[in-house]
Design a protein around this ligand. Structure first.
Ligand code: NAP
Length: 248
């Protein structure tokens, strides 16, 4: 029996990178998964590859009405929603604060931060009705400390906010048997990271105690634990997956 047998999950930003890795692992562990993304071709191709227990829904996480469509399609297809992984995110423009343009700031906050609110707001009524649920919000080491290597007040602000929103919602919804946790990856080899640095982590490598960047599955394994009933007493907490980067 899989570790997510019988569960229904929504994973955003699932067409590539870590979201795709989470989707593969969740299906492997018995979940039925709704993959969502702006990238329709990539998302549809992955859902097809994953088979009958996966479906793709085109989704812009910055639009509340787009969330309504995702939730309605998930419930129509699979009957309920047990798990939400708010994974979609962007790095956005890298610039010191005085040079960061307003549109770039707004976009990063919309994709990384406001989406997490819209997503939790959209699935919580379904989870409350079912009296169970696990929400995993993907933040970053940049949600714990500002010195992660790239200048961007917007990215740092959005990822700190995800950590705070996670705790606030965990406190409000514990009585409904709904758990909410944040995950804080370090340097993970995905298209986002490779575009920002290189295949091995660029200058960041010297700051990583384990001496290497991670493969996406190494984050997926932590997300799986938090999504599953194995973490039944874990909520409102932040979970670093950073090879010790913030241990100093
Ligand atoms: P990625 O490879 O860039 O994948 C992110 C996916 O999200 C892409 O498919 C992207 O679609 C999609 N997306 C972007 N904006 C969207 C929107 N408005 N609505 C729906 N989907 C959208 O990124 P990743 O590295 O896997 O990152 C996943 C999460 O982990 C992000 O929240 C990121 O901030 C966080 N994180 C990553 C690292 C790292 O080292 N990689 C470290 C810490 C935290 P398009 O390609 O069409 O834009």
């Amino acid at each position: 029996m899989g570790r997510l047998s019988g569960k229904v999950a929504i994973i955003t930003g699932a067409a590539r990178g870590m979201g795709a890795s989470h989707a593969r692992l969740f299906v492997e562990q018995g979940a039925r998964v709704v993959l969502t993304d702006l990238n329709v071709a990539g998302g549809e191709a992955l859902a097809k590859e994953l088979g009958d227990n996966a479906m793709f829904v085109a989704h812009d996480v910055t639009k509340p009405e787009s969330w309504e469509t995702v939730v309605a399609k998930a419930v129509a297809a699979y009957g309920t929603i047990d798990i939400l992984v708010n994974n979609a995110g962007i790095l956005g423009p890298m610039a010191p604060t005085a040079e960061l343009d307003n549109d770039g700031y707004d976009l990063v906050c919309a994709v990384n931060q406001h989406s997490v609110f819209y997503g939790m707001k959209a699935v919580l009524p379904v989870m409350v009705k079912a009296a169970r649920g696990s929400i995993v919000n993907i933040s970053s080491i940049a949600g714990m400390a500002a010195n992660y290597g790239f200048p961007s007040l917007a990215y740092v602000a959005s990822k700190f906010a995800v950590r705070g929103m996670t705790k606030a919602t965990a406190m409000e919804y514990g009585k409904h048997n709904i758990r909410v946790n944040s995950v804080h990856p370090g340097f993970i080899q995905t298209p986002m990271m490779v575009e920002a640095t290189d295949e091995v982590g660029g200058e960041a490598l010297a700051q990583i105690p384990l001496g290497r960047i991670a493969q996406p599955i190494e984050v997926s394994n932590v997300v799986l634990f938090l999504a599953s009933d194995e973490s039944s007493y874990v909520t409102g907490a932040e979970h670093l997956v950073d090879a010790g980067m913030l241990a100093h």
